[in-house]
Design a protein around this ligand. Structure first.
Ligand SMILES: [Zn+2]
Ligand SMILES: [Zn+2]
Length: 232
């Protein structure tokens, strides 16, 4: 595959490197771990799925990045953990808000039993203000659980299972167009991304001096040039 575009992109506070490649065969990989930059170990790979599948003519499958043993384990583990934590936080939020409403109904009516459950769970539907208030409280509870689970579950696991300087999602792969087949890789690890560009015969965009206002480079070298035909 040949590098057709290299772009520095920002995602929130993060700086990522976005690399477009074109060609039928797979890319070449530098002998480094895409997560921690340590030398890749023999026979250890990080599979990265190319999404979205519906844009490709055939199932796009996986890219296999040579990697180190530690990162080959923690990257897929934290991807699964993030999914699981999302569902856990949602469930905990619903249960907390549900019990809160039932408790509030019991407290304000002095009743007990199933009648209170019925009244409590119907409270948010009594009017727009109660509904909005419930949503706001649910949002706050959800954020609280997310922060709490990050501090007591994800961060300790990260310290145990990953190295310092490891990335959360080191590489994302996406098929942009099926024919010509354009593969877009987004690297959280910009240093590895630069090595990847070099390995595949591409050129890094000229870095603007720190603090400089963005302006077009004097010899506007195509940081985003496309081949003839381009996007069809
Ligand atoms: Zn590594
Ligand atoms: Zn890592």
């Amino acid at each position: 595959m040949a590098v057709t575009a290299v772009k520095a992109v920002k995602q929130g506070a993060r700086r990522l490197l976005q690399v477009d490649l074109e060609g039928a065969e797979g890319p070449a990989y530098p002998p480094l771990c895409p997560c921690c930059n340590d030398p890749a170990e023999r026979g250890v790979f990080l599979p990265v799925q190319c999404g979205p599948a519906e844009k490709a003519e055939r199932p796009p499958g996986f890219l296999r990045f040579p990697t180190c043993r530690v990162c080959a384990r923690h990257v897929p583990f934290f991807a699964r953990l993030t999914d699981f934590m999302g569902w856990l936080i949602l469930a905990l939020t619903l249960v907390t808000v549900g019990f809160g409403l039932i408790g509030f109904a019991a407290y304000s009516s002095g009743q007990s039993g199933w009648e209170v459950v019925y009244v409590g769970l119907r409270l948010p539907f009594r009017g727009p203000i109660l509904g909005m208030l419930t949503l706001l409280i649910a949002g706050a509870v959800g954020v609280g659980y997310a922060v709490l689970s990050g501090v007591i579950i994800v961060m300790p696991l990260y310290w145990i299972l990953a190295k310092r300087g490891c990335e959360e999602v080191p590489v994302k792969a996406e098929i942009v167009t099926a024919s010509p087949r354009v593969l877009r890789l987004t690297f959280e690890n910009v240093r590895y991304g630069a090595a990847f560009v070099k390995t595949n015969g591409g050129e890094m965009p000229a870095a603007p001096p720190p603090g400089a206002v963005r302006r077009p480079a004097p010899a506007s070298r195509g940081a985003s040039r496309r081949g003839p035909g381009g996007r069809g």
